[in-house]
Design a protein around this ligand. Structure first.
Ligand code: GLN
Length: 496
C-alpha cells in the first residue's frame, strides 16, 4: 500500500493510528512488519508466544473496519501483552512452568478493551504476541522467568528490569509500538526506567484486573508502556474504566480521555521532591539525571517543593510481607487439577499436589509462598501481617500530607541503572532496589516513569512522577511537556 514500511517501527502509536485511519498503510502490512522484527530478534528473549496466523487475521479484520470507517480509536495499531494477561488463542504462562501449555478460553478485560472487543467496542489494536516476565510477576530483573531471562536492548549483558521486562525490552527495541505491563510494586515503572521507555501505573482500581494472573490482589494494577507519554495516554484511555461485574475492586469512575490535557501549561505546578528519595544508596549518575530533569521542569515554570515521605524505608519490609501473604493465597489455586502443569509421577492425591507444586514453581515463587504462609500463620499474623497493614495505612497518610503542599511528586524510579545479568546473587538486593516504587504501590497511587537521561555505561535513567488518586491525566501532562521540551524519550539502543 505504501513505501514507508521500512520505518514503521519508528512511528509512534499516535502516528501509526493516523496513517492507518488515512489508509496510507494497512494493518496487515503493519502487523507483518512488526512480526518480522520480532522473529529477527529472538536473542532478546522478549516474546514467549507469537501466533502469526491469528495476528494477521486480526489485522485483516482491522483493515475491513478501517475501510468501512467503523474502526476503534487505535484500529490496526499493534500491541503486545505481558504474559500475565490471558489472551484468547495465545499461551498464558505468567512466566511459570506451572502454566506451561495453558491457553485461555477468554480475554482479560484489558486485552478485550484494547483489541476488537467482544461487543465490538474495543480500540481495535492487533495483538502481536505475549511478552516474557518474571514468574507470576515476582521479580525486579526478569531473571525469574521459567523461560529464560530477557536481555536489555541497550546492553545485552544487562537486565531489562522486571517484572515487565519483556514489555519494556520489546518497546525499546521497537518490536512493538506499545505493550501492556502490570505493576504490583514497580513492575511497570522500573523496567520502563531500565529500558528508556515511558510507562504508567494508574491508580489502583482504574484498570480492571479481570483476566490478569493474580500476584498480590490489593496491589496489582495494569498499565501501558510505550515510547512517550502521549502514546501511553492513548492506550490508557482505551484500557481503563469500570468493570464492576468482573472485578470487585474496579473503581466506578468513567474512562477518561487522557490525551485531552497533555498540553496544559506547567506554570505554577508544585513538584514535591521527597528528601528520602535522594539519600544514601542513590547512585550519583541517577541523581544527576533526575536533578537535571527537575531543573528542566523549573525552566518550564514548575516550582520545586521539598517534602518528606518519612516511612519510605519501611515500604520494603511492609511490601515484602503483604505481597507474599497475598501471593501465598492466590497461588494456592495451582494444584495440578485445574490449570496447566501436573507432575508425571505421584502416589496419591496429596502427593500429586506436593509434586506438582514442587516441580511447577520456581525458587522465588516458593520463597514467597513460604514467607506469605508464615506471616499469615497463627501466632505470627499479629506480629507481621497486621503490623504491616497498619504501616501501609501510615505510608498512604504520609502521601496525603505531602499532597497538601505539592501537585505531583518527583524522584528516581530506582537507585541505579540496569545491573548486569546475574549481578544480584542475593534476592534481598533486588528487594532493596524497589525502595522508590513501593510507597506509591502500597498507597494505591498512580505513578509513572519517563526517560530523563543516560547514566553509567550509557544506560537509561528514568524519573518517577507520583500523583494523587485519579490524577493520571495530570501526570501524563507533566511527562508530555517534558518530552516536548527534551528528547530523552527518543534516544534509542544502538544496533536495533
Ligand atoms: N519487584 C517487586 C516484586 O518482586 C515488584 C514486582 C511487581 O511489581 N510485579 O515483588
Amino acid at each position: 500500500m505504501t513505501h514507508i514500511s521500512s520505518d514503521l517501527h519508528d512511528l509512534s502509536v499516535a502516528d501509526l493510528a493516523r496513517l492507518l485511519r488515512q489508509r496510507k498503510v494497512s494493518a496487515v502490512e503493519t502487523a507483518q512488519h512488526f512480526l518480522s522484527r520480532i522473529h529477527q530478534h529472538p536473542e532478546l528473549g522478549a516474546f514467549l508466544d507469537t501466533q502469526d496466523t491469528l495476528t494477521l487475521a486480526q489485522a485483516q479484520a482491522a483493515d475491513a473496519r478501517l475501510a468501512a470507517g467503523t474502526g476503534g480509536s487505535l484500529e490496526g495499531v499493534p500491541v503486545a501483552h505481558k504474559d500475565i494477561f490471558v489472551t484468547r488463542g495465545f499461551a498464558a504462562t505468567a512466566g511459570s512452568k506451572m502454566l506451561k501449555g495453558y491457553i485461555s478460553p477468554f480475554d482479560a478485560t484489558v486485552v478485550d478493551k484494547l483489541g476488537a472487543g467482544a461487543q465490538g467496542h474495543g480500540a481495535g489494536m492487533v495483538t502481536l504476541g505475549k511478552l516474557n516476565c518474571d514468574e507470576f510477576a515476582m521479580g525486579s530483573a526478569n531473571e525469574n522467568s521459567h523461560y529464560g531471562p530477557v536481555k536489555n536492548p541497550w546492553n545485552p549483558q544487562c537486565v531489562p528490569g522486571g517484572s515487565s521486562g519483556g514489555s519494556a525490552a520489546a518497546v525499546a527495541a521497537r518490536l512493538t509500538p506499545a505493550a501492556t505491563g502490570t505493576d504490583t510494586g514497580g513492575s511497570i515503572r522500573q523496567p520502563a526506567s531500565f529500558c528508556g521507555v515511558t510507562g504508567i501505573k494508574p491508580t489502583y482500581g482504574r484498570v480492571s484486573r479481570y483476566g490478569m494472573v493474580a500476584f498480590a490482589s490489593s496491589l496489582d494494577q495494569a498499565g501501558p508502556m510505550a515510547r512517550s507519554a502521549e502514546d501511553c495516554a492513548l492506550l490508557l484511555s482505551a484500557m481503563c474504566g469500570p468493570d464492576l461485574d468482573r472485578d470487585a475492586t474496579s473503581l466506578d469512575v468513567p474512562a477518561e480521555d487522557f490525551s485531552a490535557h497533555l498540553n496544559d501549561d506547567l506554570a505554577g505546578l508544585r513538584i514535591g521532591v521527597p528528601a528520602e528519595f535522594f539519600g544514601q544508596g542513590l547512585a550519583a549518575d541517577v541523581q544527576a539525571a533526575v536533578e537535571a530533569a527537575l531543573k528542566a521542569y523549573e525552566a518550564l515554570g514548575a516550582k520545586l517543593v521539598p517534602i518528606s515521605l518519612p516511612r519510605t524505608e519501611l515500604s520494603i519490609p511492609v511490601y515484602y510481607i503483604i505481597a507474599p501473604a497475598e501471593a501465598s493465597s492466590n497461588l494456592s489455586r495451582f494444584d495440578g487439577v485445574k490449570f496447566g502443569f501436573r507432575a508425571d509421577q505421584y502416589t496419591d492425591l496429596n502427593d500429586m499436589y506436593l509434586q506438582t507444586r514442587a516441580q511447577g514453581f520456581g525458587d522465588e515463587v516458593k520463597r514467597r509462598i513460604m514467607i506469605g504462609t508464615y506471616v499469615l500463620s497463627h501466632g505470627y499474623y499479629d506480629a507481621y501481617y497486621l503490623q504491616a497493614q497498619k504501616i501501609r495505612r501510615m505510608i498512604a497518610d504520609d502521601f496525603q500530607q505531602a499532597f497538601k503542599v505539592c501537585d505531583v511528586i518527583a524522584g528516581p524510579v530506582a537507585p541505579t541503572v540496569a545491573w548486569a545479568l546475574g549481578g544480584h546473587a542475593d534476592p534481598l538486593a533486588d528487594y532493596l532496589a524497589d525502595i522508590y516504587t513501593l510507597p506509591a504501590s502500597l498507597a494505591g497511587l498512580p505513578g509513572m516513569s519517563l526517560p530523563v537521561g543516560l547514566g553509567a555505561g550509557q544506560m537509561p535513567v528514568g524519573m518517577q512522577l507520583i500523583g494523587n488518586y485519579l490524577t493520571e491525566s495530570r501526570l501524563l501532562n507533566v511527562a508530555h511537556r517534558f518530552q516536548q521540551a527534551t528528547d530523552w524519550h527518543t534516544a534509542r539502543p544502538q544496533g536495533i
